[in-house]
Write a protein that binds this ligand. Structure first.
Ligand SMILES: [Zn+2]
Length: 277
């Protein structure tokens, strides 16, 4: 089984009136704002046992799905299901640019392909991550902007891959504020910019707001996910694993090796570290 990392209260104004439980004012998230010193403790996942509270969405993983493959997008998958099912769906035949090649970026690219995008251009780095994405079958084009000697040249290459006009949809999955101004300029006139990666407040950035008006962009944000999005993600696992080699994205560590796993993630040496108890 998999379970959703957060629980919405069902009682606040966003839950009841706005019908947006991801925006719950009392959202409780395992490992974030459920301290282990609160009864009954055992609220983190880096452990042999976790105590699941009432209201947790628990979903059975379909038979035959490799648990490591399911974990590749365990958080990124439902995050992108929320963004792409509800905030700004991919339309058949669209050209999609994804900024960022971590799990959220790769989940965005994989789901865009499943949704019928004509072309998916993954812009990220370092090169090893892009290579792994390509080996897993994710993305049609892979542009290394992290290791590029000159970012302007990398961005010009992306623009050329879109056919020169920019993408119908640009999805931001970097978490880097400076990526926003670049992303605005990668969308075609009349296109959309879906911002997902700025989940952590990493500070201010400079954008040219003329780009939003001149390009007549729809700029859309998407915050987190709920249990319903996890159910939908798990439902997609057979289709995702048929088309993409998700297990290839995962590096497995024993639970005792959590320090090494953290260091490897910090160094960008692995894409998705998974602790196995
Ligand atoms: Zn609520």
């Amino acid at each position: 089984v998999m379970w959703a990392s957060s629980i919405a209260c069902g009682d606040c104004v966003p839950c009841r009136i706005h019908r947006e439980p991801t925006l719950c004012e009392n959202r409780r998230t395992y490992g974030v704002n459920r301290p282990v010193d609160q009864e009954p403790g055992l609220s983190g996942a880096w452990a042999d046992y976790i105590c699941l509270r009432p209201g947790t969405a628990v979903v059975k993983v379909p038979e035959g799905i490799d648990p490591l493959a399911a974990m590749a997008f365990a958080c990124a998958g439902p995050t992108m299901v929320h963004a792409l099912y509800e905030r700004r769906p991919v339309r058949v035949g669209e050209t999609v640019v994804v900024q960022g090649s971590g799990p959220v970026g790769l989940a965005a690219a994989a789901l865009a392909e499943l949704s019928g995008a004509e072309r998916v251009i993954l812009v990220g780095g370092p090169q090893a991550r892009l290579r792994t994405a390509a080996e897993a079958g994710i993305g049609d084009h892979h542009v290394d902007i992290v290791g590029a000697a000159d970012q302007a040249t990398a961005l010009a290459e992306v623009m050329e891959l879109t056919g020169g006009r920019g993408a119908d949809l640009v999805i931001e999955a970097t978490g880097v504020p400076a990526a926003i101004d670049q992303g605005l300029r990668l969308a075609r006139r009349g296109g959309s910019y879906l911002v997902v990666g700025q989940y952590t407040d990493s500070g201010d950035t400079t954008v040219n707001p003329h780009q939003i008006v001149y390009r007549q962009l729809d700029v859309v944000g998407s915050w987190a996910f709920t249990g319903a999005h996890l159910v939908q993600y798990v439902g997609l696992l057979p289709a995702l694993t048929r088309r993409f080699d998700l297990a290839r994205l995962v590096t497995r560590y024993d639970l005792e090796e959590h320090g090494r796993a953290l260091a490897d993630v910090a160094a960008g040496a692995v894409l998705k570290a998974v602790l196995v108890s």
